[in-house]
Design a protein. Structure first.
Lengths: 113, 115
């Protein structure tokens, strides 16, 4: 089955700096890669996703890049703000199995004012 | 947010108890999911239902028994659990399992403690 590795497990950045989280996956059939943000005590919420026919996608301060050859994808947050502090999860979905998501271990991001 | 609701929000039970978790989605979705979220572990998919039919059982012990009476409701029946089953149980729903890549919306979760 699919295996998703996520690094780093914790990330501390100064407000205004950029944050980058990287994920690798094992199943070359995976074709959908969402990123979820989970604030303390709250539910995971989708912040951005990318499909395998696209190499990069941006939404304001958030961007995701995908390298299918290397089987890795990354989340980039620019101009970080204290409200970006949360746990971020990447996930991969093998298309042949529908929408079954395999999650990475999560990255705890702390933005210091 | 009221798209996906879960009850109860917190549950403490003994190892011999029987309890049920409930999930309801008001989004008109066709697929529903149960996940387990433990400290220091990734979100683990437990069960998937599509149009009320179970399409995935991720090697979950039989002490967890899911039920999906219709596309809007999902239950997780708990029986003779172990302390290591203590975790946050999250429900999610999505529009259609057939097309890969539709967004899953999560409920707030039930924090379960097994004594």
């Amino acid at each position: 089955g699919e295996n998703v590795e996520q690094h780093p497990s914790t990330l501390s950045v100064q407000e205004g700096d950029s944050a980058v989280i990287k994920c690798t996956y094992s199943d070359s059939a995976s074709n959908y890669f969402p990123w979820y943000k989970q604030e303390l005590g709250k539910r995971p919420q989708l912040i951005i996703d990318i499909r395998s026919n696209v190499g990069e996608k941006k939404d304001q301060r958030i961007a995701v890049t995908l390298n299918k050859t290397a089987k890795h994808f990354s989340l980039h947050i620019t101009e970080t703000q204290p409200e970006d502090s949360a746990v971020y999860f990447c996930a991969a979905s093998p298309g042949a199995a529908g929408n079954k998501l395999t999650f990475g271990g999560g990255t705890r991001v702390l933005v210091k004012p | 947010e009221t798209g996906v609701t879960q009850t109860p929000r917190h549950l403490v039970m003994g190892m011999t108890n029987k309890k049920s978790l409930k999930c309801e989605q008001h989004l008109g979705h066709n697929a529903m999911y149960w996940y387990k979220q433990s400290a220091k572990k990734p979100l683990e998919l437990m069960f998937v239902y599509n149009f009320k039919e179970q399409t995935e059982n991720n090697s979950v012990p039989s002490r967890f028994s899911p039920e999906c009476p219709n596309s809007s409701h999902l239950f997780l029946h708990l029986h003779t659990l172990q302390p290591e089953d203590s975790a946050l149980y999250l429900c999610a729903s999505s529009q259609d399992l057939a097309g890969a890549g539709d967004t899953q919306y999560f409920g707030p979760g039930t924090r379960l403690t097994v004594l």
